[in-house]
Write a protein that binds this ligand. Structure first.
Ligand SMILES: CC(=O)SCCNC(=O)CCNC(=O)[C@H](O)C(C)(C)COP(=O)(O)OP(=O)(O)OC[C@H]1O[C@@H](n2cnc3c(N)ncnc32)[C@H](O)[C@@H]1OP(=O)(O)O
Ligand SMILES: O=C([O-])CC(=O)C(=O)O
Length: 384
C-alpha cells in the first residue's frame, strides 16, 4: 500500500450517511434535521432542539410539554453520583468527574443493557436531564474546596434557567440565560466530529449507550476538539485580562501575543477547523451572544483581546475562529471556572451523540478500517 492511499486523520473520508445534521463548508451552513442552526438558536428552547435531534421533527406543544415534564422530573443529582464525585480530588479535571459520573449512571440504569429504540430514547433523555446537575455540582465542589450541598433543581425553570440556577444558586438574568441557551443549541451537534465518531465506533461493536457517551467524553476532552474552549481562556489569561484597560490597549497586547505565538509556530486553540476552511458557520451567532455578555457585564477589554487575536491570526495565516473561540470568553463572563467549559460542551453535545448512537444502531456495521503496516519485516525469536 502506498502513502497516497492513506487518509491520515481520515481527512476527507465519507464514512457513512447521516440524517441528523449537514455541515456545508461551501455555503458555510449547518442544518440540524434540515433546519438552519441560526434559526433554531434564535428563540427555541434547548429542549426543542434536543427533541428535534432525536425524533427528526420539532415537537408540537403537547409533545414538548410531555418531554419537558419527563426531563424536569429527572434533574436531581443522584446521591450515588454525589458520593463518587466527593471522593475525587477537588482539583481533578471536571471532564474526568463527568466521565466518571456518566459511567456510574450507566451501571445503575435499569435498562443499561437494553438497546431497543425505546430504551435508548429513555437513556438519552435521562442523561440529558442529569448532566446539568453533575456539571453544576462540579463547579460548586470546586468553589467550596470540597464536598458541598448541591442546589436542588427547580421544575418551574426551563433547561437553561435551571442549569444556571443549580450552578450559581440564584436565578440568572434573562440576558445570561439567553446567551447560555444559544451556546447549548450551537454546541449540540456537528456530524462526524471526533467525539461523535468515537460514540459511533463504540456503538458499532454493539456496546451500550453509556459506554459510547463515556468514550465520546474522552475524545471531546482533548484540546484539538472540545478542550479548545478551555484552552482559549488559558490564552486570554496568559495575555492577561485587565478590566481597567481600554479596548484598544487590550487589542494591541493580544495582537503582539499572537504574532509572537505564530513566530514560535504555536498552535493557537480556538482557530481552524477540519471541515470549515473559511470560517465556522456557528461563530457569528455565538459572537453575538458574547457581545451581549460583554455589554451586560461591561467588560469591553475582553472584546479588545478577542478582536486582537482574531485580526492578527487573519493577517498572518487567514485562519478563522471556530465555535470554541467565542464560547470560551462567554462562559468566563457568566462566571464558570475555565475547567468547566468543556463539561458544558458535554451537556449540549450529549444530544447529538445519543442521536448518532441511535442512528448507528438502527443501521449498524462494525467500524473497523484497515492499516498499512510499516514496522519491521517478519523476524524470529532467537532459538524459536
Ligand atoms: C468544536 C471544535 O472541536 S472546533 C476545533 C477546536 N480545536 C481547536 O481550536 C484547536 C486548534 N486548531 C487546530 O489544531 C486545527 O485547526 C484542527 C485540528 C481543528 C483542524 O486541523 P486540520 O484540518 O487537521 O488542519 P491542520 O492542523 O493540518 O492545519 C493546517 C495548517 O494550518 C495551521 N493551523 C491550523 N490551525 C491552526 C491554529 N489553530 N493555530 C496555528 N496554526 C494552525 C497548521 O499549523 C497547518 O499549517 P502548515 O500547513 O503550515 O503545517
Ligand atoms: O466538527 C468538528 O470536527 C469539530 C466541531 O466543530 C464540533 O464537533 O462541533
Amino acid at each position: 500500500m502506498t502513502d497516497t492511499e492513506i487518509k491520515k486523520g481520515l481527512a476527507g473520508v465519507v464514512a457513512d450517511y447521516t440524517a441528523i445534521s449537514k455541515v456545508n463548508p461551501d455555503t458555510n451552513s449547518l442544518l440540524y434535521r434540515g433546519y438552519p442552526v441560526q434559526e433554531l438558536a434564535a428563540s427555541l428552547p434547548f429542549e426543542s432542539v434536543a427533541y428535534l435531534l432525536w425524533n427528526g421533527e420539532l415537537p408540537t406543544d403537547a409533545q414538548l410539554a410531555a418531554f419537558t415534564d419527563h426531563e424536569r422530573s429527572n434533574r436531581a443529582l443522584s446521591p450515588d453520583v454525589k458520593t463518587a464525585l466527593d471522593v475525587l480530588p477537588v482539583d481533578c479535571h471536571p471532564m474526568d468527574s463527568v466521565r466518571t459520573a456518566v459511567s456510574i449512571l450507566g451501571a445503575q440504569h435499569p435498562q443499561s443493557e437494553d438497546s431497543s429504540p425505546e430504551a435508548e430514547m429513555e437513556k438519552a433523555t435521562t442523561l440529558f436531564a442529569q448532566l446539568p446537575a453533575v456539571v453544576a455540582y462540579e463547579q460548586r465542589r470546586r468553589t467550596a474546596g470540597g464536598p458541598t450541598e448541591p442546589v436542588p433543581p427547580r421544575e418551574d425553570l426551563d433547561y437553561a434557567q435551571n442549569f444556571l440556577w443549580m450552578t450559581f444558586g440564584e436565578e440568572a438574568d434573562p440576558a445570561v440565560v439567553d446567551a447560555f441557551r444559544v451556546s447549548m443549541v450551537l454546541y449540540a451537534e456537528h456530524s462526524f466530529n471526533a467525539s461523535t465518531f468515537t460514540a459511533r465506533v463504540i456503538t458499532s461493536t454493539l456496546s451500550d449507550l453509556h459506554s459510547a457517551v463515556t468514550g465520546a467524553i474522552g475524545a471531546l476532552k482533548g484540546s484539538l476538539h472540545g478542550g479548545a474552549n478551555e484552552a482559549v481562556m488559558h490564552t486570554f489569561d496568559e495575555i492577561g485580562i485587565r478590566p481597567d484597560e481600554s479596548q484598544d490597549q487590550a487589542k494591541d497586547r493580544a495582537k503582539a501575543w499572537m504574532q509572537d505565538a505564530l513566530a514560535q509556530k504555536k498552535k493557537v486553540m480556538g482557530f481552524g477547523h477540519r471541515v470549515y476552511k473559511h470560517g465556522d458557520s456557528r461563530v457569528p451567532t455565538m459572537k453575538k451572544a458574547l457581545d451581549a455578555m460583554i455589554e451586560h457585564f461591561g467588560r469591553h477589554e475582553i472584546l479588545g483581546l478577542y478582536n486582537g487575536l482574531e485580526q492578527a491570526m487573519d493577517e498572518a495565516k487567514a485562519i478563522k475562529p471556530n465555535l470554541d473561540y467565542p464560547a470560551g470568553p462567554t462562559y468566563h463572563l457568566m462566571g464558570f471556572d475555565t475547567e468547566l467549559f468543556t463539561p458544558l460542551f458535554i451537556a449540549a453535545r450529549v444530544t447529538g451523540w445519543t442521536a448518532h448512537i441511535m442512528e448507528q444502531r438502527a443501521s449498524n456495521s462494525l467500524i473497523r478500517p484497515l492499516s498499512a503496516y510499516n514496522g519491521p519485516d517478519e523476524r524470529h525469536v532467537p532459538g524459536a
